[in-house]
Design a protein around this ligand. Structure first.
Ligand code: N01
Length: 542
């Protein structure tokens, strides 16, 4: 029997197929295995880690504090693991994920180097069959897509990639052996989190750095620092209470007392003192939590945006560069608020230039570098920090369909449609971890992954104990959830920004606000109520 046949034979006994070995997929495997399900992960990469496996660019770091951005399901794990810094750097987070995979013996049920190309549901056999890029197929009654929200890196569709004589890299597909910029003229395209984190470190090595900026983004100082022993001890002493409390917050992160005042009901002096304190403290939630209405009232938001713009002007010495770095087309917080280390300071270095590609867009690559509508820039290396086909990209790259004719491409043609961001009408037994229209990317991601996995596990237990084996959302429940999602977003300032939350960074992608922004607390209550009511809004059958 060949290795492939052997795998297939074993896999025919699977209860659950999981796609993706990032934090969501790994916890799903752990949880379901402990409940007695035969589950296996299929993972495109050569190892675990998901986003932390692929994004190895210099400066890559989580913008949620490390004591929060970690699994809560095992108290020994959270007590024993030691985070060296306030915010986890990519290498440390990847070490942590590897530690979790080893500690709970997860690798034996993960098939690496296996990209899933198609998934098809048969109503007759009540099974999902997934097909890998090499043509292998595996089936199981249930399938969980743990494919991530920022896992399909995208470069603009420009001419000239083959002409360029230098090197091209994307931050989301960074080489494992690193990149040496010494002596090179480097161009970075993009000033989202990936660009802003990598630019100061690339500038340290490169002979010359040109940053090509289309949209200036707001970024706050991260104030990263070595983990303080007393902070770690205090946090660990009340870890389980803090984890529970996190579910009663909007972003799934405890420790930030909710604001009580509007930015407009205090004096300018008081307001600026509050922003100054938050600026000094570091952290995006802290800043956006300065007042109650920063994400819902434009006038209130303007005060926080102005404060941040003045900080940029005070840091960047060249007034023209400073002005170009001041965001002017979206309220602060409506695009992902970035945390940086020395980002604005980097523009004071003589060998770093900022080029505005909003007024003179990039036309393509040339033999020597990059050409905009008004100049050519000679470069040895171009770093694309141009982001991802966020939230829907990874799912849509898989040909997901059912034998009743449902297809993911058609289903999501005008934007994602889900019930609770966990399942879709017409696609039975297919679950998503932190799918669109759930709080995922607007929350502490690991908490949201755990919440979804726990909900899915309870759901499978409910089916098993009731002798049922098929679950699918009712179309009306999905319609209502989509409408609710849109209504909640429309009550905020978020839709004012051309962000990846809106699909705006991908030409031709429908402009629809994709994450659920009603907050983790309200969302979890809703999910729990749906389950408690016998899976309200779902059709369940044998
Ligand atoms: O991607 P982005 P990212 N011509 O989409 C520009 C998470 N993350 O990889 O804004 C010129 O934010 C684009 O310009 P514009 C985090 O959630 C987290 O940086 O579309 N420029 C933008 O400046 C984050 O939000 C961490 O006008 C072009 C940039 O490329 C998300 O991942 C670290 C262009 C893309 O920014 C994505 O971040 C890193 C074009 N044709 C990432 N096309 C942390 O935890 C695109 N751009 C800290």
């Amino acid at each position: 029997m060949s290795a492939t046949e052997a795998t297939r034979a074993g896999d025919s006994d699977l209860d659950v197929i999981i796609v993706g070995a990032g934090v969501g997929g790994l916890y799903a495997l752990y949880k379901l295995r402990n409940l007695g399900y035969r589950a296996r992960i299929y993972e495109a990469a050569a190892d675990v880690g998901g986003t932390w496996y692929w994004n190895r660019y210099p400066g890559c770091r989580c913008d949620v504090e490390s004591l929060e951005y970690s699994f809560s399901f095992d108290d020994d794990l959270q007590q024993e693991w030691q985070w060296p810094e306030r915010y986890g750097g990519q290498p440390v987070i990847l070490d942590y994920v590897n530690h979790v995979a080893d500690r709970f013996d997860l690798r034996k049920d993960i098939q690496f180097n296996t990209r899933i190309k198609a998934a098809k549901f048969s109503n007759q056999s009540n099974r999902w069959t997934i097909t890998t890029a090499s043509g292998e197929s595996v089936s199981a009654p249930y399938c969980i897509m743990a494919t991530g929200n920022l896992s399909t890196p995208r470069k603009p569709d420009w001419p000239g990639f083959d002409d360029f004589k230098g090197r091209v890299e994307h931050t989301g597909l960074w080489p494992h052996d690193g990149v040496d910029f010494t002596g090179l003229r480097v161009g970075v395209i993009g000033t989202g989190s990936s660009g802003v984190q990598s630019i100061p470190l690339i500038a340290k090595q490169a002979k010359h750095l040109t940053v090509f900026q289309r949209t200036a983004n707001f970024s706050l100082p991260a104030r990263n620092e070595p983990m303080r022993a007393e902070k770690e001890a205090a946090h660990k002493a009340e870890y389980s209470e803090r984890r529970k409390a996190a579910y009663s917050t909007p972003f799934g992160i405890a420790g930030f007392p909710p604001p009580t005042q509007s930015a407009l009901e205090v004096s300018e002096e008081e307001r600026n003192a509050a922003y100054e304190a938050k600026w000094a403290e570091g952290g995006s939630i802290s800043y956006l939590y300065a007042f109650t209405d920063l994400l819902t009232n434009k006038e209130a938001n303007d005060t926080a945006s102005d404060f941040a713009r003045n900080k940029i002007r005070a840091t960047v010495k060249d007034p023209k560069t400073a002005e170009l770095l001041c965001p002017n087309n979206h309220p602060i917080g409506t695009k992902r608020l970035i945390l940086d280390t020395d980002y604005y300071e980097t523009y004071n270095l003589d060998h770093v230039d900022l080029v505005d590609v909003r007024s003179a867009p990039i036309e393509g690559l040339t033999e020597k570098g990059l050409k905009t509508t008004d100049a050519e820039y000679e470069l040895d290396m171009i770093v694309f920090a141009t982001g991802f086909d966020a939230m829907t990209g990874a799912m849509k790259e898989i040909d997901i369909q059912t034998d009743s004719g449902a297809k993911i491409g058609a289903k999501w043609e005008d934007g994602p449609r889900t019930y609770l961001g966990i399942m879709m009408a017409d696609f039975p037994n297919l679950f998503m971890i932190t799918g669109p229209q759930s709080p995922g990317v607007k929350s502490q991601m690991i908490l949201s992954c755990e919440q979804h996995v726990d909900w899915i596990a309870d759901c499978l237990e409910h089916l098993r104990s009731n002798g049922q084996s098929k679950i699918v959302p009712e179309p009306k429940a999905e319609d209502d959830w989509v409408a609710h999602n849109n209504a909640v977003a429309d009550a905020t300032l978020y839709p004012l920004a051309n962000s990846w939350y809106m699909g705006a960074n991908i030409p031709g992608k429908p402009r629809i606000f994709m994450p659920y922004v009603g907050g983790v607390e309200a969302y979890k209550k809703r999910c729990d109520a749906v389950a408690a009511a016998g899976y309200e809004g779902f059709q369940i059958s044998p």
